[in-house]
Design a binder for this molecule. Sequence first.
Ligand code: MG
Length: 265
Amino acid sequence: MIIGKSRKEIEKMRAAGRLAGEVREALRAMVRPGVTTLDLDAAAERMIRGAGALPTFKGYHGFPFSICASANEQIVHGFPSKYELKDGDIISIDVGATLHGFVGDTATTVPVGNVSEDRLELIRVAEECLERAIQVCHPGRRLGDIGWAVQELAESRGYSIVREYVGHGIGRKMHEDPQIPNYGKPGTGLKLKAGYVFAIEPMLNMGTHLTKTLADGWTVVTLDGRPSAHVEHTVAITEEGPEVLTRVAGERAAVRVEAAVLSEV
Ligand code: MG
């Protein structure tokens, strides 16, 4: 059952989303060689609790941390650890915050130091897929249009789409109906309505779409060990179109910032 949200509820979700987005951006700014993913986790928990909110992931079905930190071939649900980020890594950071009873959920993939052009391109396309999917979020469009927006671009650039993990409705609970696959047929599936709020989260692999889960029971990696990128926003569908609840002022796409800096040289 899909739970539509009132304007008042979306107002609350705006606050949860903004907090999650601010934490995501603060963690992005911390990423550099030598930082551990446990450092990022500790900072996230401090910021979320400091804002009077709860880290949604902590304790969710037993997940032991406040963020997911998934490096390189890890796709999603990676455990923060003593692993020190190193030059050339890409790191997916996924943040959930529960504020006033509602959840904001967002992720980004950040390059660490000097990253190869093929990895930067993977992230760039993942971000573009997310933006395309967001632009679909108007009343009257279909769920299949969202999946197609992601799949069509990703596959045309030679990337594969993870099948086993998908986006989701979101509200008082992190995972509500419907599931939102990153693949689909245009013009098919559920009709989108104002008041629906979705966490849209493309996961793009450089190689095979196949995955496996590590012995910790959580960390999902690509079967062929090639890199993966994951980006996510919480998006409210309104009469006027999409409102990205986890977008914050000053936010800039991870890779385009680097590109802009380079072009000035
Ligand atoms: Mg999510």
